[in-house]
Design a protein around this ligand. Structure first.
Ligand code: G3H
Ligand code: ZN
Length: 286
């Protein structure tokens, strides 16, 4: 069934596990994620960034997910990831998304508060959950190979600002910047657990961890123990989809039928989703 995730976050917080939020941009990836979550009896979040939503079409993504969720026994959330404007949120809500992330992290603090408050009022009126962001999560969801990314200190989440932001906006979940970055770079990220502890002491809300690709397993597990209930994963799925299809073309270079070569990409995605769901501890939590 398609659900608003607020209750799922509370349950995850109590149970000490996190729910995977997996990005999709086509029906093969969406199906691979949902089928694996069903097999593992795990709740799951299907998410699209603004770019992914535009490319696939909000109404089309929503129709696919609603159809797959109909009759499914697991809770499925359809989430807008890094929505940058009220208009993007409205498009997602009208299409039937059950959760939205309003990312005002490029704005000033006050502008971010105002935009997030407006989104929260609109979204809650429509029974849609809201994720806010304080601090800024750097990087792009791609494989950057030899590149190194230095996180500027001003982009890390300030515990006091996070507290003020949550009091003023009343978001359901907060995305924090504690050394996590989008994409895979030459060096593994090092999460700042001291900062997470300080944030947790001031903010009584569930937290989301963006940039879930490439974070070493032990750090992900520790972050979940400390209150992360949603982990976003995109780059590893994108890479798996591409590599799966490339491998298929190595084996069958003359294949031209999409439904014959696309399953190899979906199977590779499915393997990554399984590893992540097991790592996040959400098996049998549906
Ligand atoms: O919002 C999406 C995620 O934060 C994805 O990050 O590409 O590093 O997995 P990732
Ligand atoms: Zn993100």
């Amino acid at each position: 069934m398609l659900v608003n995730p607020v209750k799922l976050f509370k349950k995850a917080q109590k149970g000490g596990y996190a729910i995977g939020a997996f990005n999709t941009s086509n029906v093969e990836i969406t199906k691979a994620i949902i089928e694996k979550a069903e097999e593992l009896k795990s709740p799951v979040i299907i998410e699209t960034s603004e770019g992914e939503m535009e490319s696939a079409g909000a109404n089309i993504v929503a129709a696919e997910v609603k159809e797959l969720a109909r009759g499914s026994k697991i809770p499925i959330v359809l989430h807008l990831d890094h929505g940058k404007s009220f208009e993007a949120v409205r498009e997602a809500v009208r299409a039937g998304y059950t959760s939205v992330h309003i990312d005002g992290s490029d704005l000033t603090f006050n502008e971010n508060v105002e935009l997030t408050k407006a989104v929260r009022e609109y979204a809650h009126y429509n029974d849609v959950a809201v994720e806010g962001e304080i601090g800024h999560i750097s990087g792009k969801s791609a494989h950057h190979k030899d590149e190194r990314l230095v996180i500027e200190k001003k982009n890390l989440t300030s515990p006091k600002k996070a507290e003020e932001f949550v009091v003023k906006t009343k978001v359901d979940i907060l995305a924090i910047s504690i050394g996590n970055i989008h994409g895979i770079y030459a060096e593994d990220p090092k999460l700042d657990f001291k900062r997470l502890l300080e944030i947790r002491e001031l903010v009584r809300k569930p937290f989301s961890l963006h940039g879930g690709s490439g974070i070493p397993k032990n750090q992900v597990m520790r972050a979940i123990e400390m209150g992360i209930v949603k982990v976003n994963v995109n780059t590893e799925l994108r890479m798996a989809f591409k590599e799966g299809i490339m491998h298929e073309f190595d084996l069958h270079p003359d294949e031209v039928v999409p439904y014959k070569y696309l399953p190899a990409g979906a199977e590779a995605v499915s393997r990554v989703v399984e590893q992540k769901i097991r790592l996040f501890g959400s098996v049998d939590k549906a």
